[in-house]
Design a protein around this ligand. Structure first.
Ligand code: ATP
Ligand code: MG
Length: 429
């Protein structure tokens, strides 16, 4: 039998204890923000029928063409690890009757899976926070989603470091007409198109506008712009949206080449980008997808949403040194039993103090060892105070208090009113 060490799958990361406080800080900020805006959390399975993604994301997108983790289960059904959350959210909302004549404001968070080339800010298992609103077709809800993200950036200290890009894709009909215009233009410049773009010319020509190939840049700069060809209603919708953002003081740039990678968008699309992360600069992206619910077999339902990449935002916080000091909660109290009976007392004292000091972080030493090694562990734990219980302390119903961070003499304290004394000590910085 081979003893070769089994390792994690490429592009899928472990989140280690030293990193989790920053994630928890971020997730905590998101959770309270959603509550403050009145959004409810929805959790869906990580695996869905393959057809859900093929039908919603679009057959000729990067995700469906080459990035999905698709497999047959034991019944021979084709299943896929979710590459994004919108399709699952729509599926679940339809299945449970949440969309019929109702407004829904939903959010979710969790891992997504895409088989891409792993690099900084791009992984095969990554995490998103997603927000979706159903039943509202006006630009006010589009603005609300943007305001919500702007507030999050402000809370995290990121607002100065991200830029909002906006575009409108118009209606499906307007886009179809524009598409013909665009294909004709690209055909006139066929010699400049790279291989990828030639492949997309008839399957997904709008995506060519997204190309980062510098050789194609001048040609793309002169291409007809979707924003000049959208329908009058979509134009008005877009102008009302920009008006709302102006009124709220949210800056943006209109990027007529912003088309988004997924098929299901219509009208408003937006991205928040940063220049601080190299080529993986989009931290949040979304838009309106009024046709999707019907496309998946439901009644026509206006919808708008976005998803943000948690890894990229965490990287950004680290790159900009915006990690809060107290993101890493250290211990307050470390309790040591100095003999066999003492370790039982320590365990019980830990429980009593947790009842009395519910906000304090208390750890009880486990695993015995010499007094010296236990004190060393207490020191390493980061706790401010250590409590020691040995034979003498037990006999007198006391504990010994040691100050681990201050140059103060140790004290004997009665177990009776210990919690009060500790609370006072820990409240003074
Ligand atoms: P990109 O153009 O960077 O591939 P995308 O258009 O495929 O992004 P979306 O499907 O819009 O991305 O997903 C929303 C957000 O999720 C992205 O803006 C990004 O922050 C994050 N994201 C997408 N794919 C990955 C990935 N493979 N690894 C880490 N984060 C990702
Ligand atoms: Mg992608």
């Amino acid at each position: 039998m081979s003893k070769k060490k089994i390792q994690a799958i490429r592009g899928m990361n472990d989140l280690l204890p030293e990193q989790s406080p920053l994630w928890q800080y971020f997730e905590g900020q998101v959770r309270t923000l959603m509550q403050r805006y009145g959004y409810s959390e929805i959790r869906t399975p990580i695996v869905e029928q393959t057809a859900l993604f093929a039908r919603s994301i679009g057959e000729v997108t990067d995700i469906v063409e080459k990035e999905m983790y698709t497999f047959e289960d034991r019944n021979g059904d084709s299943l896929t690890l979710r590459p994004e959350g919108t399709a699952s959210c729509v599926r679940a909302a339809m299945e449970h009757g949440l969309l019929h004549n109702q407004v829904q404001r939903l959010w979710y968070q969790g891992p997504m899976f895409r088989h891409e080339r792993p690099q900084k800010g791009r992984y095969r298992q990554f995490h998103q926070v997603g927000v979706e609103a159903y039943g509202l077709d006006g630009p006010d809800i589009d603005a609300e989603l943007i305001l919500l993200t702007a507030r999050l950036w402000k809370q995290l200290g990121l607002y100065e470091h991200v830029t909002l890009e906006l575009n409108s894709l118009g209606s499906a009909e307007a886009r179809a007409a524009y598409r013909e215009l665009l294909v004709a233009y690209f055909e006139r410049h066929h010699e400049v198109l790279d291989e990828d773009s030639r492949r997309r010319l008839h399957s997904n020509p709008l995506r060519i506008l997204d190309s980062k190939n510098p050789d194609m840049a001048p040609m793309l700069a002169d291409a007809p712009q979707l924003l000049d060809h959208i329908d009058a209603e979509s134009r008005e919708h877009f102008e009302r949206l920009t008006g709302l953002l102006d009124a709220a003081g949210i800056g943006y740039t209109i990027n007529p080449r912003l088309v988004r990678g997924l098929d299901y968008y219509s009208r408003t699309v937006f991205e928040w980008t940063t220049t601080a992360l190299g080529s993986q600069g989009t931290v949040c992206a979304g838009g309106r997808y009024d046709a999707l619910v019907e496309q998946l077999g439901g009644k026509p339902t206006p919808a708008v949403g976005f998803a943000m990449g948690i890894e990229r935002l965490i990287l950004l916080l680290e790159t900009l040194s915006l990690v809060p000091q107290d993101a890493d909660p250290v211990l307050d109290i470390y309790i040591i039993g100095m003999d066999e009976a003492g370790s039982q007392d320590a365990l019980l004292l830990g429980e009593t103090l947790r009842e009395q000091l519910p906000t304090r972080r208390i750890q009880v030493h486990c695993g015995g060892g010499s007094f010296k090694s236990q004190i060393k562990k207490a020191d390493k734990s980061g706790a401010r105070l250590a409590l020691l219980i040995g034979e003498e302390e037990r006999a007198q119903q006391q504990v010994t208090l040691k100050f681990l961070r201050d140059a103060r003499d140790q004290q004997r304290l009665a177990q009776q009113d210990l919690a009060e004394t500790l609370a006072d000590l820990l409240d003074t910085p």
